[in-house]
Design a protein around this ligand. Structure first.
Ligand SMILES: C[S@@+](CC[C@H](N)C(=O)[O-])C[C@H]1O[C@@H](n2cnc3c(N)ncnc32)[C@H](O)[C@@H]1O
Length: 214
């Protein structure tokens, strides 16, 4: 890895605690992002397991991070005014919206479900929107994205859509076939669900993204 590179490591709640000390031996760990999977089976004798962690690590203090590229557009429920003027929000269509700094809890994602074009039969496929956040925050156009656990190809698909170079590896040939099919479809459809006009939108906000009232 280059001294300027960033590493993101995904883990579930059980492995997360084990992964941290290993990462700390070699990298500067900056944060732990927790994202809500939304769609998960309920449990009878336990809390439904609905989150995953992503460790954000750097190689040196000379790293790239573009917070403006990953702002979240949120509906403002209590629009505050100063001298009658909106304070840091704007009226748009049927609502009031504010651009917010992304935190380390991501609740705007949806696991790709059957009706989404990005969906494949891969058992642990991640949403394109998740990789879009990581890639936009931590790389510039033309930079290199490497994913040694490519699966259905989500990281490569998003890297391609966002004009980054990429390389991916997976042990399973069938998954790589699905990845190849998705990557070749990018030339017809480079949209990323939930990312429009340079901002990330909240979950279930398609009507607002299209610009017409609910
Ligand atoms: C969590 S999945 C990745 C899912 C991917 N991010 C996506 O959105 O489809 C992890 C992947 O690692 C692959 N894998 C597991 N062990 C591997 C190994 N030793 N070398 C390469 N790939 C491996 C699995 O086949 C699986 O597809």
């Amino acid at each position: 890895m280059k001294p300027t590179a960033t590493l993101y490591v995904c883990s579930d709640w059980k492995t997360s605690a084990l992964v941290l000390p290993v990462l700390e031996k070699r990298f500067l760990v900056q944060n732990r992002i927790t994202w809500e999977r939304e769609k998960e089976r309920g449990a009878r004798r336990n809390w439904k397991n609905n989150t995953e962690d992503i460790w954000f690590c750097i190689n040196s203090e000379n790293y790239y991070f573009d917070v403006d590229a990953v702002k979240l557009k949120r509906k403002v429920l209590a629009p505050y005014r100063v001298n009658g003027d909106p304070k840091d929000w704007k009226r748009e269509g049927d609502g009031n919206f504010r651009l917010t700094h992304p935190s380390n809890i991501w609740t705007d994602l949806t696991v790709p479900f059957w009706s989404m074009s990005e969906n494949t039969p891969h058992p642990t496929q991640k949403p394109e929107k998740l990789f879009a956040k990581l890639i936009l925050a931590s790389s510039r156009k033309g930079d290199f994205v490497f994913d040694p656990f490519l699966g259905s190809g989500t990281s490569a698909v998003v890297a391609e859509k966002l004009c980054r170079r990429w390389c991916g590896i997976d042990i399973n040939m069938e998954y790589l076939c699905w990845a190849r099919k998705r990557i070749s479809a990018v030339r017809w459809d480079s949209a990323i669900q939930g990312y429009k006009d340079g901002v990330f939108w909240e979950r279930n906000s398609s009507p607002q993204q299209k610009g017409y009232p609910k």
